[in-house]
Ligand binder design. Structure first.
Ligand SMILES: Cc1ncc(COP(=O)(O)O)c(C=O)c1O
Length: 402
């Protein structure tokens, strides 16, 4: 018979998403971790304050470095990702930028996949070069190109998988092996999968980034982000990136909302994925749909890699219509259940046509969109938790008019 400690170590992800890292006995029996709505902490004495600040005594000083609600979230996320340590942020971009600004200095090189979330793309192509970081964007589907891009100055290899919005699947193990051969650490933005579907550290990555705004919280009511990884690097991101570079601290209320969302994450991801597969199969068989990219469809060019590193297909897909750009606009304007909205991972199904949005802003030039594989016809679809038949009926009606 396994001991109770052994059983606890083997608890399933559903159990850990609800319980890990918090004991109600430490907070007057409160079932949920209290929301410690405080920015600063009182020292017992001058000596006490000095010891806490010096790190020789446990305790709290100021909300930019530690808050008890935030710490429960960080412990839980680290456990779900299989990471040694975790750090929560005010947004996914807070996590991305704090991590990049900690890992990179002037003269270093960043090697990244050529398709990235639009604001991450803007940060690495516009901000980092201003501070003397050399940025190489290559197609991570081509291992030889990645190997050729990494040089002695390379301090980080970075990608999203699945990627936003093209749903590229990058082979985490393959890229990590190449990067480590050259001594470069690997950071993966795993937002599109969540820890219930994909845990990059198990496949060789060093750091994992999440926009917790998406699946982790799951209800479209909070902005949050996280960096997970080894204690040394995560500690450096807290001490430098978060504390005095970006200050992108999560509020205790937001930490509570993410903890609430995490409780149902594994269960939600199963239904999200079932709905998404049904929707992807429907779209793939529709005469007005030219192509569909969803990791769990056999037609995805890297379906074999997806099956190796993901537990299911998650619920993000991209597709294009025979009617191209104009067809996409017509289809989106006819949706009645699926919402026209940015963001993703919510209970509500959400759809955007990135090329239309790119036209409306200066951040990403259309030519850059094309270089990233964001074609004019690409529609991004975040499949929600509504009844699958209702989602498909709405797609069917909208396509009839496209
Ligand atoms: C893959 C990915 N990473 C990071 C972010 C940024 O997260 P946030 O909006 O929470 O700042 C997003 C936002 O859409 C995203 O899709």
């Amino acid at each position: 018979m396994p001991t109770s400690d052994e059983r606890r170590n083997r608890q399933g992800i559903e159990t850990r998403a609800i319980h890990h890292g918090y004991d109600p006995a430490t907070a007057m029996g409160a079932l949920n971790p209290p929301i410690y709505m405080t920015s600063t902490y009182v020292f017992d004495s001058v000596a006490d304050g000095a010891e806490i600040i010096g790190g020789t005594k446990a305790g709290y000083i100021y909300g930019r470095s530690h808050n008890p609600t935030q710490e429960v979230l960080e412990r839980r996320l680290a456990d779900l990702e299989g990471a040694e340590a975790g750090l929560a942020f005010a947004s996914g971009m807070g996590a991305v930028c704090s991590m990049l600004l900690t890992m990179l200095s002037a003269g270093d090189r960043l090697v990244a996949h050529h398709t990235l979330y639009s604001n991450t793309f803007a940060f690495v192509t516009q901000a980092l070069p201003r501070w003397g970081v050399d940025v190489m964007l290559v197609d991570f589907g081509d291992p030889a190109a990645v190997e050729a891009a990494i040089d002695a100055r390379t301090r980080l290899v970075y990608f999203e998988t699945p990627s936003n919005p093209t749903i590229d699947i990058v082979d985490i193990r393959e890229i990590s092996t190449i990067a480590h051969r050259h001594g470069a650490p690997v950071a993966v933005d795993s937002t599109f999968a969540s820890p219930a579907v994909q845990r990059p550290i198990e496949h060789g990555a060093d750091l994992v980034i999440h926009s917790l705004t998406k699946y982790a919280s799951g209800h479209g009511d909070v902005l949050a982000g996280a960096v997970l990884g080894d204690a040394e690097r995560v500690g450096a991101v807290r001490a430098h990136g978060l504390r005095y570079i970006t200050g992108a601290v999560i509020s205790p209320m937001s930490a509570h909302l993410v903890l609430r969302g995490l409780k149902s994450l594994p269960v939600r991801m199963q239904r999200h994925a079932e709905n998404a597969l049904a929707a992807a199969q429907f779209l793939e068989s529709h005469p007005k749909v030219a192509w569909v990219r969803y990791p769990w469809l056999e037609s995805h060019p890297r379906h074999d890699v997806a099956v190796r590193q993901m537990a299911n297909g998650s619920a993000m897909m991209s597709f294009g219509l025979v009617g191209g750009f104009d067809g996409a606009v017509r289809m989106l304007d006819r949706l009645r259940l699926v919402s026209r909205a940015v963001s993703l991972g919510d209970a509500e199904s959400l759809m955007i046509h990135p090329a239309s949005l790119i036209q409306g802003r200066a951040r990403l030039h259309p030519k850059e969109g094309a270089a990233q594989g964001i074609t004019d016809d690409l529609i991004r679809f975040s499949v929600g938790l509504e009844t699958a038949e209702d989602i498909i009926a709405d797609l069917d009606d909208a396509l009839a008019g496209a």
